[in-house]
Design a protein around this ligand. Structure first.
Ligand SMILES: Nc1ncnc2c1ncn2[C@@H]1O[C@H](COP(=O)(O)OP(=O)(O)OP(=O)(O)O)[C@@H](O)[C@H]1O
Ligand SMILES: [Mg+2]
Length: 245
């Protein structure tokens, strides 16, 4: 479903992604692990077509987004959902306007239909009835869940989640974990989850991939990653500091 080949990304002289290769099967949930600042969010944004890679290609369902015209790109993106790390809600729009944004802007769907979709997705994330609230009136965890409702509003075939459970209490984290699992089992969605939350990672992942020094240095089932002999993966999953820190 997603084929990432030789992705490189520089910011000025900073070489963040240094040849990322990753193939994600249809219907699979893959978790990307990695230290803060290693380029996980950048990789998701490149997959979403929001940032351009300097080298390499990404095919999603056989389509290379960087080759699409603006209009085609907007249309293609309707099939993708992304939960941004900071939720990235529009402060001037209420929850309804945020969750329904792409449907309002990029489809001919009737208002009543959009309302119904928004209502359904908000109740899926445990936030029924908050359509009229403004983002400033929401807690951090609520904003995150509104961001998630927006990501799934158009029933996308691919969902990219950037830290979906960070900042949520354990009960709401589990609501999100179950939602990710349900999107996969019921709707056969292909998911890429970036997270530091290993409890969540082990729960939702079919496979986990470790991004380090700009490359995927290891990939495997939760069992394989948990028992990995690789020192960098071991250090990450056991949460130990560098010896010289
Ligand atoms: N738009 C940008 N302009 C310049 N540098 C950027 C930009 N976006 C990201 N970077 C840099 O790229 C590197 C990777 O950033 P990224 O946000 O992908 O990290 P991350 O792995 O998601 O970290 P975290 O786990 O803390 O969210 C960082 O050093 C960051 O400063
Ligand atoms: Mg990030």
């Amino acid at each position: 479903m997603i084929e990432i080949k030789g992705i490189h990304k520089w910011f000025g002289s900073q070489h963040v992604l240094r040849g990322v290769d990753l193939t994600i099967e249809r219907g699979e949930t893959i978790v990307i692990l990695g230290r803060s600042g290693c380029g996980k969010s950048v990789l998701l944004k490149i997959m979403m077509g929001l940032l351009d890679a300097d080298e390499g290609t990404i095919l999603i369902d056989g389509v290379e987004m960087s080759r699409l015209e603006r209009r085609e790109l907007a249309q293609f993106r309707l099939g993708l959902g992304m939960l941004f790390q900071g939720s990235a809600l529009f402060d001037s729009l209420n929850v309804y306007g945020n969750v329904g944004f792409s449907l309002i802007e990029h489809t001919q769907m009737k208002e009543a239909e959009i309302h119904a979709k928004v209502r359904e997705k908000l109740s899926l994330v445990g936030l029924a009835g908050v359509e009229d609230k403004m983002p400033a009136a929401l807690s951090g965890g609520m904003r995150k869940r509104v961001g998630l409702a927006r990501a799934i509003c158009n029933d996308p075939k691919v969902i990219l989640y950037d830290e979906p459970t960070t900042g949520l209490d354990p009960v709401n984290s589990d609501v999100i974990n179950k939602l990710i699992l349900r999107m996969q089992s019921k709707l056969k969605v292909t998911s890429v989850v970036v997270t530091h939350d290993l409890t969540s990672a082990y729960k939702v992942a079919n496979r986990l991939a470790m991004l380090h020094d700009g490359k995927i240095i290891g990939i495997g089932t939760p069992e394989e990653i948990r028992n990995s002999a690789d020192p960098i993966i071991r250090q990450f999953v056991t949460g130990t500091a560098d010896p010289d820190v």
